[in-house]
Design a binder for this molecule. Structure first.
Ligand SMILES: *Cc1c(COP(=O)(O)O)cnc(C)c1O
Length: 433
C-alpha cells in the first residue's frame, strides 16, 4: 500500500477499524501514530479571499466530500478531528458521505429537517427509541411534518400509508427495545418501486437507525437504505464516556445536512469525536464479537427460565425475525452477528409480572456486581432497564402496548463481563421476585 493512499486500503474491515485511512486530506497526521485532537474553534485564514471561499464551499460535496481538502473556518461548520470520524463512517457504512452530530437525536432531527419541509410527511415503524417517538409525535408535527406509524415487519402493510407527500420511511432494526427485525431490502424495494414514478425532487428516502447493530453487525446502505443514522453514544463509543451521533448519507444530501448542522447547531465536540475515533471504533469488532456471543448465551439462559414469559433476541430461532436477521446481520467475515441487546418479559398476569419486574430490578440495582440499573446501552458494563417506565416513557400506555412493549418488559445491554457472571446476577434477581 502506498503511504499517500487516502482510500480504504485493501485490508480487512477489522484492520480498517483500527487504522482508518493511512492519510486523510481532512487532517495531515503523517507523523502521528494516533491522530491529534484539535482544540481550536476558529481557523487562521491566509487571506480574505480564502475566508470567503471557505464560507462559499463548506457544505459543497465537491469541496468537502470524502477525499477533498476543505478550508476550515469555524468548528460548528466543519472540523478536522470530526472529519476523520465522518470519513471512516462513510467507508464503514458504504455511503458516499457522512455527517457527525452532537448526539443521536441531533443526527435524527437533522436528517428529518434536511429531507422534509412543511407539508411533507413521514411513515415510521411503531416501535422506536422513546425520544425519536417524542420527536415524531411532538415536534415534527409542529413544523407541519406529521408522522404515521405502521408495522414494518409486514412491509406490504405500509404501502397504504405512503402518500405522494411522504418523504421518509423510518425504522430501527433491531428496534429499541423489542428487537423487531425489519427487512431492509424489502423496504428499499418498495421505496424504489414508488420512486420510479416520482420526480427526483420528491423522492422517498429510506432512513434506518443502525444504533443497535453498529456497522460491525449490519450495513443498511449496502442493503438499499438511503440514509443510516446512529447514536454513536452507544455501541460505537462503547465505553459510555462520550455523546455523539452521525448520519451516513448520499452526496445529494450532503449540502442540506451540513447546512442544517450549521444553522441548528448540533455540531459534535472534537473531544467526543476523537474519543470515538480512537477508542470506540478501533475496538468495535472485538467488543461486538465478545458481546454478541455473551448475549446469545444470556438469551438462551433466559429462554429456558420458568419465570420468563418470552425472550426477544434475533439470534434465537424462536425470534420472529430470525431468518431475516440471519440474512442481514453479519460481521465483516460473514458470521451471524445478532447484536448485544436482549429484551424479555416476565411470566404471570400483567399486574403481577409488573410488580415482579420492579422487585427484580430493584434487587439487581442494589445487590448485583455485573448488572447496573441504568439507561443507555453498548457499554463495557452490562446495563438493565425497564423501557416502558424509562427510555420509552414518551409512549402513552396504549401506544406502548401497540408497539409491543409490556410494563413487565426488561431490556439488557450485554457488556464485556464473563457471561456466566451476568447469568449469576440475573439468577439472583429471579430469586428475589
Ligand atoms: C439512544 C438512542 C438514540 C438517541 O441517541 P443519543 O445519542 O442519546 O441522542 C437514537 N436511536 C436509538 C436506537 C437509541 O438507542
Amino acid at each position: 500500500m502506498s503511504s499517500d493512499s487516502n482510500k480504504r486500503p485493501d485490508y480487512s474491515m477489522d484492520s480498517f477499524l483500527v487504522h482508518g485511512a493511512m492519510r486523510d486530506e481532512h487532517w495531515d497526521y503523517a507523523s502521528h501514530v494516533i491522530p491529534p485532537i484539535t482544540a481550536s474553534t476558529a481557523f487562521r485564514l491566509a487571506s480574505t479571499e480564502r475566508g470567503a471561499a471557505g464560507f462559499a464551499t463548506f457544505a459543497s460535496p465537491e469541496h468537502t466530500g470524502p477525499g477533498k481538502s476543505p478550508i476550515y473556518i469555524y468548528e460548528r461548520l466543519a472540523e478536522p478531528t470530526v472529519a476523520l470520524l465522518e470519513h471512516q463512517f462513510a467507508e464503514l457504512e458504504g455511503t458516499k458521505s457522512a455527517t457527525a452530530f452532537a448526539s443521536g437525536m441531533a443526527a435524527i432531527s437533522g436528517v428529518m429537517l434536511a429531507v422534509c419541509k412543511a407539508g411533507d410527511d413521514i411513515v415510521a415503524h411503531k416501535t422506536i427509541y422513546g425520544c425519536t417517538y417524542s420527536l415524531f409525535t411532538t415536534w415534527l408535527p409542529r413544523f407541519g411534518m406529521p408522522v404515521q406509524f405502521g408495522d414494518f415487519r409486514d412491509v406490504e402493510s405500509i404501502r397504504s400509508l405512503i402518500k405522494p407527500t411522504t418523504r421518509v420511511l423510518y425504522f430501527e432494526t433491531p428496534a429499541n427495545p423489542t428487537l423487531d427485525i425489519i427487512d431492509v431490502q424489502a423496504v428499499a424495494a418498495l421505496a424504489k418501486e414508488i420512486n420510479a414514478s416520482r420526480p427526483k425532487a420528491e423522492a422517498l428516502y429510506v432512513v434506518v437507525d443502525n444504533t443497535f447493530a453498529t456497522p460491525y453487525c449490519q450495513r443498511p446502505a449496502t442493503l438499499g437504505a438511503d440514509v443510516v443514522v446512529h447514536s454513536l453514544t452507544k455501541n460505537c463509543m462503547g465505553f459510555g464516556t462520550d455523546m455523539a451521533g452521525l448520519a451516513a448519507h448520499p452526496l445529494e444530501l450532503h449540502s442540506a445536512i451540513r447546512m442544517v448542522r450549521k444553522d441548528f447547531g448540533g455540531a459534535v465536540a472534537s473531544r467526543a469525536a476523537w474519543n470515538i475515533h480512537v477508542y470506540g471504533i478501533s475496538t468495535l469488532a472485538i467488543r461486538m464479537q465478545r458481546q454478541n456471543k455473551s448475549a446469545l448465551e444470556v438469551a438462551k439462559y433466559l429462554e429456558a427460565h420458568p419465570q420468563v414469559k418470552k425472550v426477544f433476541y434475533p439470534g434465537l430461532e424462536s425470534h420472529a425475525g430470525h431468518e431475516v436477521a440471519k440474512r442481514q446481520m453479519c460481521g465483516f467475515d460473514g458470521e451471524f452477528a445478532p447484536g448485544l441487546m436482549v429484551y424479555f418479559e416476565l411470566a404471570g398476569e400483567p399486574a403481577v409480572a409488573y410488580e415482579g419486574a420492579k422487585r427484580f430490578m430493584d434487587h439487581v440495582a442494589n445487590n448485583s456486581y455485573c448488572l447496573t440499573l441504568a439507561v443507555s446501552l453498548g457499554n463495557t458494563k452490562t446495563l438493565i432497564e425497564a423501557p416502558a417506565l424509562m427510555t420509552h416513557s414518551a409512549y402513552d400506555p396504549e401506544s406502548a402496548a401497540k408497539a409491543g412493549m409490556s410494563v413487565a418488559g426488561i431490556r439488557l445491554s450485554i457488556g464485556l463481563e464473563n457471561p456466566q457472571d451476568i447469568i449469576r446476577d440475573l439468577e439472583s434477581g429471579f430469586g428475589a421476585m
